[in-house]
Design a protein around this ligand. Structure first.
Ligand code: HEC
Ligand code: HEC
Length: 292
C-alpha cells in the first residue's frame, strides 16, 4: 500500500521536501500550540482530489468507501470526533494513530496528511447537536423499548443483534435513525463472531430433520454447514443437507420501530443516547460537544 502512494506522490509533487515535516510535527502534536495550526490546503481542489486518492489507498480498508465507516474503523463523516476535530488534532490522530486500537500510526508526509484532511472536510456532514435527552434515551433502551434484549451496550444486553457500545462514533446520526425506523434497509454486517466478512445480519429460517423451525441470525456459513443464533441466544450448528428447508430472508430480525412503537420524541432521546456511545470515549475527549 505504501509503495503505491509514494510512487504516486513522487509523480504529483515536485515541490515536496523530505524531512521538512518532522520539526513542525512536534508542534502540531502539542495541543496548546496545535490548536492554532490550520490546514493550509483546506478547500484546495487539487489537494482534495489527491487526498481522496490517498484515502482510498491507505484508509478505505478500515474506514470504508467515502469514509462512511467500515467493518474495522468508524465513520469519519459524522462531524463529531472522539479524538478532537480541529485540523491539528486530526493531523495528530492520523500521524500517531490511536494506541491500543486498530488505528495505526502513519508514515505519511505532513502534506499528504493535510490533503487527506482537506478531503475529509468535504465529506463532513453538518453537525447536528443532539436535541434529545440522552439519559432518557438510555432508560428507554434498557427499559420500555427493550433494545437491550438484543443489543449489548457496555457489557449489558443480548447478543442477537450487533453490539452498540461504539455506535455513536461508528455510525452517522442518519444511519442510526434509519436503522431504527427501517432496519432491513441496510443490513449490518455480522462481524461479532469473526465469521465471513460478507455475512449479513439477515434473518434465517430453517426446518430441521425432526421438523422443528429455527429463526435466527447467521453466525457462520459455508457451503455445507451453517451456525445460527436463535432469539434465545441458542446457537445451532447444522449441516445443510440434513435440513428440510433453509432460507435467508434478507430482512432484519429487528422489528421496525415505527411511530406506533417509538414516537419522534422518544426516537430523539434514543438517538441522543446512542450518539454518546463512542470508541475510546471514556479515556480521551475533546473537540466533541457530546459529553454526557
Ligand atoms: C487497520 C484499520 C485502520 C486503518 C488502516 C486506518 N484507520 Fe483510522 N481508525 C481505525 C479505528 C479502529 C479507529 C477508532 C479508534 C478508537 O477506538 O478511538 C480509527 C480512528 C480514526 C480517526 C479518529 C476518529 C475520531 O472520532 O476522532 C481518524 C481521524 C482516522 N482514524 C483517520 C484515518 C485515516 C486518515 C487513515 C488513513 C491514512 C486511517 N484512519 C487508517 C482504524 C483504521
Ligand atoms: C429482536 C432483536 C432486536 C431488537 C429488539 C432491537 N434490535 Fe437493533 N438490531 C437487531 C439486529 C438483528 C440488527 C442487525 C440487522 C440490521 O441491520 O437491522 C440490528 C441493528 C441495529 C442497528 C444498526 C447497527 C449497525 O451498526 O449497523 C442499530 C443502531 C439498532 N439495531 C438499534 C436498536 C434500537 C435503538 C433498538 C430499540 C429501539 C433496537 N435496535 C432493538 C436486533 C434487534
Amino acid at each position: 500500500m505504501r509503495m503505491t502512494s509514494v510512487q504516486l506522490w513522487a509523480t504529483v509533487a515536485g515541490v515536496f521536501v523530505i524531512g521538512f515535516s518532522i520539526p513542525i510535527w512536534s508542534q502540531v502534536a502539542s495541543p496548546a500550540r496545535g490548536e492554532a495550526v490550520r490546514n493550509p490546503l483546506t478547500g484546495d481542489p487539487k489537494a482534495v482530489t489527491q487526498g481522496a486518492v490517498l484515502f482510498r489507498q491507505e484508509c478505505v480498508f478500515c474506514h470504508g468507501v467515502s469514509a462512511r465507516g467500515g467493518m474495522r474503523g468508524p465513520d469519519l463523516t459524522t462531524g463529531s470526533w472522539s479524538h478532537g476535530g480541529s485540523d491539528a488534532e486530526l493531523a495528530a490522530t492520523i500521524s500517531a494513530g490511536v494506541p491500543g486500537t486498530a488505528m495505526p500510526p502513519n508514515k505519511l508526509t505532513e502534506e499528504e496528511i493535510w490533503q487527506i484532511i482537506a478531503y475529509l472536510r468535504t465529506l463532513q456532514q453538518p453537525v447536528m447537536p443532539p436535541t434529545g435527552d440522552a439519559r432518557r434515551g438510555e432508560t428507554l433502551f434498557f427499559g420500555a423499548t427493550r433494545c437491550s434484549s438484543c443489543h449489548i451496550v457496555n457489557g449489558r444486553g443480548g447478543r442477537v443483534g450487533p453490539e452498540l457500545s461504539t455506535v455513536g462514533s461508528g455510525r452517522s446520526r442518519a444511519y442510526i435513525i434509519e436503522s431504527i425506523r427501517e432496519p432491513g434497509r441496510r443490513l449490518s454486517e455480522n462481524r461479532a463472531f469473526g465469521g465471513d466478512a460478507s455475512l449479513k445480519y439477515d434473518t434465517v429460517t430453517l426446518v430441521t430433520a425432526d421438523g422443528s423451525t429455527v429463526v435466527g441470525v447467521p453466525l457462520n456459513e459455508d457451503t455445507f454447514t451453517v451456525q445460527v443464533m436463535d432469539m434465545n441466544e441458542r446457537v445451532h450448528s447444522l449441516e445443510k443437507k440434513s435440513l428440510k428447508s433453509f432460507r435467508h430472508e434478507n430482512r432484519s430480525l429487528m422489528p421496525a420501530y415505527d411511530l406506533n412503537r417509538l414516537s419522534d420524541a422518544d426516537l430523539d432521546d434514543m438517538v441522543a443516547f446512542l450518539q454518546t456511545l463512542r470508541a475510546g470515549s471514556s479515556a480521551k475527549k475533546g473537540g466533541s460537544h457530546e459529553d454526557l
